[in-house]
Design a protein around this ligand. Structure first.
Ligand code: ATP
Length: 242
């Protein structure tokens, strides 16, 4: 297996608060890697550190063949990694199409950008219908689809998704996981922060659990169901049904 992303002993602090206390993990090519963890565990900090939005104090982050720890966010996007941020952060005052084009800002292959935009509008027909609408007026689910489409406009090798299903209705969550499954089929590698383990189990190839800024568990999907503590915390009484 080929590791696209290898995070080794990464430490990130906010002033005196150490949010990441030496995190190591990998994301393999062609796979969906899922990161679980309670609120405040450091998941978003890790996503932002990997994506270049926060600089780590220590450790290395290898993406493809380079160490990207401390590199700028735009150079990391150019290298082939895109982030779908937490809380579906779209540019609210810009139209759907302008948001999508913003995702391609680091690209120079304009013909290919137009092709990719067309392909994404086919995948997300509601975005085509609303292409001129202000992003801030879209529903929560539509904004999440737009945040995903915008990230995909950079044509990433690795898509980083920070809790894409949070706060959305069950049917919309299902749609988002269908999109994740399709992307995986298309060969996009995905690193996903997700609390909905029942849904994550449908797409993920490998799980990590983060707690207090450290990786506390790492294993294949069946190991999640077998681990007493994790299955109790994340699968609850519905465990028997799966
Ligand atoms: P959640 O699931 O609630 O989003 P998380 O696992 O993503 O949580 P982080 O948001 O990464 O956790 O937070 C990790 C720790 O860092 C927490 O203790 C949090 O209070 C702290 N923290 C996060 N952002 C900042 C900030 N900008 N300034 C200071 N402390 C921060």
């Amino acid at each position: 297996m080929t590791a696209l992303l290898t995070v080794s002993d990464v430490v990130t602090s906010y002033g005196k608060i150490m949010a990441l206390r030496g995190v190591s993990l990998r994301a393999q090519k062609g796979q969906v890697t899922c990161l679980l963890g309670p609120n405040g565990a450091g998941k978003t900090t890790l996503m932002m550190t990997i994506s270049g939005l926060i600089k780590p104090q220590a450790g290395s982050i290898r993406f493809l063949d380079r160490n990207i720890a401390g590199a700028s966010a735009s150079s990391i996007v150019k290298a082939g990694m895109a982030l779908v941020p937490e809380n579906r952060l779209v540019f609210r005052d810009m139209s759907v199409m302008e948001n999508m084009d913003a995702g391609a800002i680091t690209r120079r292959d304009r013909d290919k950008v137009a092709e990719d935009r067309e392909r994404l509008l086919q995948r997300f027909p509601r975005l085509r219908e609303r292409s001129k609408q202000q992003a801030g007026t879209l529903s929560g689910g539509e904004q999440q689809m737009l945040a995903i489409a915008r990230a995909l406009m950079s044509n990433p090798t690795l898509l980083m998704m920070d809790e894409p299903s949070v706060g959305l209705a069950p049917l919309v969550v299902q749609e988002i996981f269908e999109v994740i499954a399709e992307l995986k089929k298309d060969g996009v590698s995905i690193f996903l922060v997700e609390q909905n383990v029942h849904m994550a189990l449908k797409v993920a190839d490998h799980f990590y659990l983060m707690d207090h800024g450290r990786i506390a568990f790492d294993g294949a999907p069946d190991a999640i169901a077998e681990d007493e503590v994790i299955s109790r915390a994340y699968l609850g009484e519905r465990r028997e049904a799966h």
